[in-house]
Write a new protein. Structure first.
Length: 266
């Protein structure tokens, strides 16, 4: 039987070896074990974009805009070889383009660099391959992702309290012929009770043209606001989210401004 002194020395030796192993794991680059290719998925520059796994910087707002897309889903049985985001601008403008995981892989983030001037019309498009990151993350459905084209800020954080966006068509190969609705996805940071309303900017006297209540939102759980816009006029609209935090009754406010343009080929 080992003496107390011998056993103590043995335990110290084992702890020392374990500590060294733990230190080796910690200092390995990019969060992987030796021989792992996990670091290939780290958020890094890949040509004209940054893409990979990263914890996005939080803006600290009570509610975050995760995605602003045209309410269209391309029929697909598998993730295509490449994805594209296409968007309309009423006039030439700089824009910041980001895609992120919403319903799968929430730490996936892609950002087009640098923000640049885009042209008017519905012909603004960016396409990137899925093999390098997305397929390796086993993201099977295009619409597990979300996208935001911001016209008011460079999206180093998720967004601002008042943000102007160009809704995105997210697709692989088949475009819709028209934009007949929009899907906005948000994430609250606490328990909240909200009312979501849409106003036509050029007709403030009309009041809200769309309204939906969200009385039981939970922290960190994304939710959608879907607006069928096929009968709406072309022009600028404003989505307002107003309400309170469930337990403190402190106010919650969010504004998303966007341009409604129906025909995709113009």
């Amino acid at each position: 039987m080992l003496s107390i002194a011998t056993r103590s020395g043995y335990v110290w030796t084992v702890l020392t070896k374990v500590t060294r192993i733990m230190l080796l794991v910690v200092i390995l680059p990019s969060g992987g074990l030796a021989g792992s290719s996990g670091h290939d998925l780290d958020y890094q520059k890949r040509g004209d974009r940054w893409e990979g796994i990263v914890a996005p910087k939080e803006s600290g707002n009570d509610i975050e805009l995760l995605s602003a897309i045209v309410d269209y889903e391309e029929p697909a049985t598998a993730m295509p070889d490449s994805l594209a985001i296409r968007f309309f601008l009423s006039k030439p403008s700089p824009a910041s383009l980001t895609v992120r995981g919403v319903r799968a892989q929430p730490h996936y983030w892609m950002k087009v660099l640098p923000p640049k001037q885009w042209k008017s019309g519905f012909f603004n498009e960016y396409r990137w391959a899925t093999a390098e990151v997305i397929r390796k993350l086993d993201i099977a459905n295009i619409y597990d992702l979300g996208a935001v084209v911001s016209l008011t800020q460079d999206l180093e954080v998720t967004d601002a309290v008042d943000v102007e966006v160009a809704p995105v068509i997210l697709y692989g190969s088949k475009l819709p012929t028209s934009a007949d609705g929009y899907r906005f996805t948000f994430k609250p940071i606490t328990y909240e009770k909200l009312t979501c309303k849409i106003y036509e900017e050029n007709s403030p006297q009309r009041g809200a043209i769309f309204s939906v209540a969200r009385p039981d939102l939970r922290p960190g759980v994304p939710f959608d606001v879907v607006w069928p816009s096929s009968l709406a006029n072309e022009g600028w609209y404003r989505l307002e989210l107003k309400g309170v935090k469930s337990f403190s009754n402190q106010p919650v406010d969010k504004v998303v401004r966007f341009f409604n343009h129906k025909l995709v080929n113009k």
